[in-house]
Design a protein around this ligand. Structure first.
Ligand code: FE2
Length: 279
């Protein structure tokens, strides 16, 4: 653990990303100095992890507001809840899931990459978590990019890709519908607006094709990039406990979910932060 001049200590959770912040109670407001210090760590390490919190919806939204503007993503039937809170859950009441993205494994992705302006960041709070499985895997896509061979970096510089998503199946269909489904075209390599660092911005769950390449060329290039992102060297795996709050930067971090037993309850609360168009 490293001590800091701020009212918290830091613990790096892997060599390439994710830092645990120890000693802050997020149920109370933070000072502007503390928030600046957290932001500085966050844009370098991509994921902040806080443990043992007991947070209401309001506490969670107050924390998210320190980093940006919460998006109103709750389109679920639970309209009594603040529209800035989205439940991620496999729990069913009267046969209907109470939350979004309910079951099992979810491949690596960057949240809402199929939108013109994807979420800048996501914060997730653990309410009920499985005894085993349902971990969140993270990858630092700046590091993944930095370790690509120079000729591939050069090839990627001018490429754009189509990102789409089917919420019903939660997997890529190999085809997408420009008429009905949301999709967005983004650069294959994006630049972080705050640090200027480049990162890979295609993902296995949502990226359908690289524009201007034949299908076999596009598939081969994407597979190479997905494997690079999924390389264990660039990853951190988070095993959830109730009371964990995580905040990650979707501009250079991708995440995935490991499978978990359908018999186990999983309930997390999400607040996403509005982002800009990737460039
Ligand atoms: Fe996600």
């Amino acid at each position: 653990m490293s001590s800091t001049p701020y009212p918290f200590d830091t613990v790096p959770l892997s060599s390439n990303l994710a830092t645990e912040i120890v000693g802050l109670d997020l149920a109370h407001p933070l000072t502007s100095d503390t928030i600046s210090a957290l932001r500085e760590i966050w844009v370098k390490r991509g994921v902040l992890v806080f443990r043992d919190n007991d947070l209401s919806d309001e506490d969670h939204i107050r924390f998210a507001n320190y980093f940006g503007t919460p998006s109103e993503t709750n389109t679920q039937s639970d309209l009594d809840r603040d529209p800035r809170i989205l439940l991620i859950s496999n729990i069913r009441e009267d046969g209907k899931p109470i939350g979004a993205l309910p079951d099992g494994e979810l491949q690596f992705h960057s949240d809402s990459a199929f939108h013109e302006k994807p979420l800048m960041a996501t914060s997730l709070y653990g309410v009920e978590v499985p005894q085993q499985g349902g971990d969140t895997l993270f990858s630092n896509t700046q590091e993944a990019y930095a370790h690509l061979p120079a000729d591939i970096k050069e090839r990627l510089a001018s490429l754009n890709a189509v990102n789409a998503y089917d919420f019903k199946t939660q997997v890529k269909q190999g085809s997408y519908d420009r008429e009905t489904g949301p999709y967005a075209i983004h650069p294959v390599v994006r630049t972080h607006p705050e640090t200027g660092e480049k990162s890979i911005y295609v993902n296995r769950l949502m990226t359908e094709e690289v524009e201007g390449l034949s299908k076999p060329e596009s598939d081969a290039l994407l597979e190479e990039l997905f494997e690079q992102i999924e390389d264990i060297e660039f990853r951190y795996a988070h095993a959830w406990k109730p009371g964990d709050l995580l905040l990650w930067d979707n501009r250079f971090v991708q995440h995935a979910r490991t499978d978990f037993p359908a018999t186990e309850r999983r309930l997390l609360r999400r607040v996403g932060l509005i982002g800009d168009k990737p460039f």
